[in-house]
Design a protein around this ligand. Structure first.
Ligand SMILES: Cc1cc2nc3c(=O)[nH]c(=O)nc-3n(C[C@H](O)[C@H](O)[C@H](O)COP(=O)(O)OP(=O)(O)OC[C@H]3O[C@@H](n4cnc5c(N)ncnc54)[C@H](O)[C@@H]3O)c2cc1C
Length: 325
């Protein structure tokens, strides 16, 4: 009997798309699936979604009113750790989002568990499990065996699985924890550099990403017109972020975000392996670059060689003419 625990994420007071994807992955390999929801404020709005979740148990973990300076990651780490101490799960799955990438390793370290990040598949074997991870910037996949007796924490790349549409009627339990963790990190301020209506990079079906070839901050605003027209999200290479043209929260790659949208339009990006590590699992990559030998063309399904400004300009006017959106 394989028991799996999932760590949910909430976006705009709704269970996130990534969480539904995790539910789908977990149901393929598990006999029993539990979902943890961390309820720091009023999560009554969420409860109407509970019956739509194809899981056996939902645990709503609450903590008494907080002092904001305690830091959400500290509290989440503490509460999840406390919860799993008393349970016996074979697998704990979470999404490789910014949140998952901070909380997952902390929980694993504190609970002396193995942590496997950025997985794209998991399979049952006669003896234990195997997981698949992209390596060398996504040009190859490696399979790793997880022997029986190990119950790791695994982060999954968002956007790779379909979300579950089946319905189960889960048993819901609410557990309250007293937060009493020694404070090592003090939250001074929390800010969100994203635009108000911005689609999260990890959730976006279409991403338009700019690199050093874009040339500057103003030019990024031009690129953003295409983003808005397509209803997608803006991404960037590290070179563009390091230049200060866009905030680092837009960075895609090894040291940035990992994305797998349906369409990834790369503009003025050379395709260094560290960049591809974050986008190579996209379903369709379209590259615009004025160097026909740029590495990005090796992974692109469609490529356009030329100056990005004129290409993006004509793309914008074609989309407007077609009135696609
Ligand atoms: C440890 C480590 C981690 C890293 N992590 C990341 C990461 O997470 N993400 C990341 O992106 N990088 C990362 N990097 C950096 C990475 O190695 C590259 O330096 C970076 O991706 C290059 O960005 P770029 O493609 O925008 O710039 P460049 O390599 O300079 O490429 C610019 C491209 O634009 C094209 N171009 C120029 N002008 C035009 C024009 N007018 N029209 C069309 N095309 C044009 C050029 O032909 C060129 O191909 C990391 C590096 C290290 C060492």
């Amino acid at each position: 009997m394989i028991k799996t625990l999932l760590l949910s994420e909430i976006t705009d007071e709704k269970i996130s798309q990534n969480t539904y994807e995790l539910i789908n992955i977990a149901n393929e390999i598990s006999d029993e699936v539990s979902l943890v929801i961390l309820n720091f404020s009023d999560c009554k709005t969420l409860s109407k979604d509970f019956d739509k979740l194809y899981v056996d148990f939902i645990y709503v973990l609450t903590v008494p009113p907080l002092n904001t300076d305690k830091g959400i990651y500290n509290i989440d780490t503490f509460v999840i750790s406390k919860f799993i101490e008393s349970k016996n799960y074979d697998l704990i799955l979470l999404s490789k989002t910014e949140y998952g990438s901070i909380v997952g390793p902390r929980v694993a370290f504190g609970n002396k568990k193995e942590y496997l990040s950025d997985c794209v598949a998991i399979n049952l074997r006669e003896n234990g499990f195997s997981i698949t991870r992209p390596i060398y910037g996504g040009v190859a996949n490696a399979d790793y065996k997880i022997p029986p007796g190990i119950s790791p924490i695994i982060s999954f790349r968002p956007g790779l699985s379909l979300s579950s549409s089946d319905i189960k009627h889960p048993i819901i339990e609410e557990i309250t924890f007293e937060y009493s963790c020694q404070q090592h990190v003090k939250m001074i301020n929390e800010f969100n550099s994203m635009d108000e209506n911005k689609i999260k990079l990890e959730d976006a079906k279409i991403i338009v990403s700019g690199g050093r070839g874009i040339g500057g901050e103003l030019e990024f605003k031009e690129l953003n017109k295409l983003v808005n027209l397509l209803g997608g999200a803006l991404g960037a290479s590290r070179a563009a972020c390091d230049a200060g043209w866009v905030d680092h929260s837009y960075q895609i790659g090894l040291t940035g975000k990992t994305v797998s949208p349906d369409l990834y339009i790369s503009v003025g990006i050379s395709g260094a392996s560290q960049h591809l590590a974050g986008c190579s699992m996209s379903r369709n990559i379209v590259a615009i670059n004025n160097d026909k030998n740029a590495n990005i063309f090796n992974v692109a399904r469609f490529g356009v060689v030329g100056d990005w400004k004129s290409i993006v300009k004509s793309l914008i006017s074609t989309i407007e003419d077609l009135n696609i959106r």
